[in-house]
Design a protein around this ligand. Structure first.
Ligand code: SF4
Length: 345
């Protein structure tokens, strides 16, 4: 494979940075530390698959993440499956929070969880150095919530987890709600009130074809424009500017300034042009895009004894090949080689 000049210069510069062939700087790494989950949400685990992939040791994740940080990653999000199920998580957070980035500042350390174990783990995670959490929550009433998660009693448990995280200072606290027409689109107005009452940032996510089964159709997607129109009828919305170009959510506040809403619209208003993300799966594979058809076995190279310098070169070359964008809804679109629970949010 011919080595391009930007690639040579990027590898040869003292601190090569992760960039792709589309000129995007990659500074955001999402790491799945397990594909096990204690929930069975209708839009994700629609099959009987259960956990499919092996997990690495906590020290192995640490070694791999350090390599990415040495190449310019400044934001790490821990995901799953359900990351709070992983033993050693608090220790991993402690070690990651002590890692300096290339600019010398601390890592921006975040975590996405279903919140079921958050009540007991929020304070220890905060004390270990976690900055903030995002809780996946798809309804604001118990019957709808538990119909989605298939876990009786889970609604109050997650609510307690959210309040514990806020009390621990894991803020800004974000709530991610995946909207499916006919499942929970009835929750839109309730979530707008919830954002104001609970002082959390509620983000609606357009449903993507990443589920285990075959549930996704274009008709089941509730697009950004419809969400904005419905909430706007309840309370006038004001658009907020993005904090950074690669921000995935379009942000809004209410006219009276109380509460914030975000909408992540990969289907109706894709944001791939400024994408700054790559992923590491629970079994140590690099996925350069959520919708990648191919994966890159970084862990296999580590196990085969490659040096850190060789692993860094492999990461740099792999990220150079990052896909330009997704092709959802286009002829010939292929679902990714793994479903969301096995990729990580
Ligand atoms: S679909 Fe791929 S390229 Fe687009 S924003 Fe997501 S990860 Fe980035």
């Amino acid at each position: 494979m011919a080595v391009s000049s930007p690639e040579i210069s990027s590898i040869l510069t003292p601190h090569p940075r992760l960039t792709d062939s589309h000129g995007r700087i990659i500074h955001d790494l999402r790491v799945s530390i397990t594909d096990r989950c204690n929930y069975k949400c209708v839009y994700c685990r629609t099959g009987e698959m259960g956990a499919q992939y092996p997990e690495l040791g906590i020290d192995e994740y640490l070694r791999l993440i350090k390599l990415f940080v040495s190449l310019g990653i400044s934001k790490v999000r821990l995901t799953g499956g359900e990351p709070l199920l992983r033993r050693g998580l608090v220790d991993l957070v402690r070690q990651l929070s002590a890692l300096p980035t290339l600019t010398g500042g601390p890592l921006d350390l975040a975590l996405t969880t279903n919140g079921h174990l958050l009540d007991e783990l929020a304070a220890p995670l905060k004390a270990a150095g976690l900055n903030r959490v995002t809780v996946s929550m798809d309804a604001v009433d118990a019957p709808t919530f538990e119909r989605i998660t298939h876990v009786p009693g889970s609604f109050q448990t997650v609510l307690a987890g959210i309040r514990a995280a806020r009390a621990a200072g894991l803020t800004p606290l974000k709530i991610n709600c995946v909207l499916l027409r006919g499942f929970n689109d009835s929750q839109i107005e309730g979530f707008a009130r919830f954002a104001r009452e609970e002082n959390v940032v509620v983000r609606f996510i357009e449903f993507m074809p990443l589920e285990e089964g075959r549930l996704w159709t274009p008709e089941i997607v509730v697009p950004l424009a419809e969400i904005v129109a419905r909430i706007g009828r309840l309370l006038p919305l004001v658009k907020l500017p993005p904090r950074e170009a690669s921000e995935t959510a379009q942000r809004y506040t209410f006219k009276d300034g109380v509460g914030e809403i975000g909408i992540i619209a990969p289907v109706s208003q894709a944001f791939c042009g400024a994408c700054s993300r790559v992923r590491l799966t629970s079994d140590g594979k690099i996925r350069t895009c959520l919708f990648s058809q191919v994966e890159h076995d970084l862990y296999g190279r580590l196990r085969s004894g490659e040096t850190n310098a060789e692993l860094r070169t492999y990461i740099l070359r792999t990220v150079q090949e990052k896909e330009a964008r997704h092709h959802m809804g286009e002829p010939g679109f292929l679902k990714p080689s793994r479903s969301m629970v096995h990729i990580g949010g």
